[in-house]
Design a protein around this ligand. Structure first.
Ligand code: ADE
Length: 257
C-alpha cells in the first residue's frame, strides 16, 4: 500500500461543506487560490478541496493534490445533470468512465478523442466504483435519516436509484432540451453531464493513480436546470454525497485496494 492521503474534490463549496462537517480537527493549507483541508474521514487520511467549476480549475486542483499533497488517489463528489432515460433528480450516478463532450479536434482526430491518447474514455477505478455504488445504495436506502423526511417528501425522493455508467464533462452548464437532446444523440450511453470529472480522470490517468466519482442528479439538463440545481445543491446533494463518501471510506480496508 502506498502512503499518502486520499484526495476528495468537489466543484462548489456547498458540495464539500458536508464532507468538511464530517472531518474532525481538519487543518487548512492555502495554495493557488484554494483551501486544502487535511484530516481524517472514515478512518482514512484525506485532503478535501473545492476545485472551482470547469475542466481547467478541476485539472489544476487535481494536479496540486497529486504533486503537492502526495494524494494516492482522487474521488470526486458533487452534482450532475441527468441525461439517461430513467436518471431522475435525486438519483445517484457512479461513473464507470468519463468523456469530454466538448473535445473536438476533428478531422485530425475522431470526435471526442483526446489527441495524443488514442481514445476518448477514461475508465474509473473498478473496485472503488463498486464500493461507491454499494455505499450510494446504502445511502439511498436510509435517505430520510440523512436529509430528513421533510426534504425527502418535498423533493419527491422516496424511490431514488443508483446508476453506474458513462458521465460526460464539458465547459458548459447544459440548460436546454435542445442541448441535452443533442448530447443524448451523440452519446446515447451517457447517464449524466457535469463540468469537471473527465479532466480529473485524465490527470489521474497521467499520474497512474486511481480515480472514482459519485454524482447526485440535481437537474435534468433542461430549461429548469438552473432552478432545480440551486434548490437541490444546498438542501439535498451535499448531504447525500458526503454520506456516500464517508460510508465508502468506512468500508474501505486498504485505501489503494
Ligand atoms: N452539473 C449539474 N447540473 C449540470 C448541468 N445541467 N450541466 C452541466 N453541469 C451540471
Amino acid at each position: 500500500m502506498t502512503e499518502g492521503p486520499l484526495g476528495i474534490v468537489s466543484a462548489m463549496p456547498q458540495e464539500l461543506a458536508a464532507v468538511l462537517a464530517l472531518m474532525p480537527e481538519e487543518r487548512r493549507v492555502d495554495l493557488a487560490g484554494r483551501s486544502f483541508w487535511h484530516g481524517q474521514l472514515g478512518g482514512h487520511e484525506v485532503v478535501a478541496v473545492v476545485s472551482g467549476i470547469g475542466k481547467v480549475a478541476a485539472a489544476t486542483t487535481a494536479t496540486l493534490l497529486l504533486q503537492r499533497f502526495c494524494a494516492t488517489g482522487l474521488v470526486f463528489t458533487g452534482v450532475a445533470g441527468g441525461l439517461g432515460d430513467g436518471v431522475r433528480v435525486g438519483d445517484t450516478v457512479v461513473a464507470t468512465a468519463f468523456l469530454q463532450h466538448d473535445m473536438d479536434a476533428s478531422p485530425l482526430f475522431a470526435r471526442h478523442e483526446i489527441p495524443g491518447y488514442g481514445f476518448s474514455r477514461f475508465s474509473t477505478h473498478r473496485s472503488w466504483q463498486q464500493g461507491l455504488s454499494a455505499a450510494a445504495r446504502r445511502t439511498a436506502a436510509s435517505l430520510a435519516a440523512t436529509v430528513g423526511a421533510e426534504v425527502v417528501a418535498r423533493f419527491g425522493l422516496e424511490a431514488t436509484q443508483v446508476h453506474e455508467g458513462l458521465v460526460i464533462s464539458g465547459d458548459r452548464f447544459v440548460s436546454s432540451e435542445a442541448e441535452s437532446t443533442a448530447l443524448r444523440q451523440q452519446l446515447p450511453d451517457a447517464l449524466a453531464v457535469e463540468m469537471e470529472g473527465a479532466a480529473v480522470a485524465q490527470v489521474c490517468h497521467d499520474h497512474g493513480v486511481p480515480f472514482a466519482a459519485v454524482r447526485c442528479v440535481s437537474d435534468r439538463a433542461d430549461q429548469a436546470a438552473h432552478v432545480d440545481f440551486v434548490r437541490f445543491v444546498s438542501e439535498v446533494t451535499c448531504h447525500t454525497s458526503a454520506h456516500t463518501v464517508l460510508d465508502w471510506l468506512s468500508h474501505l480496508d486498504t485505501p489503494q485496494a
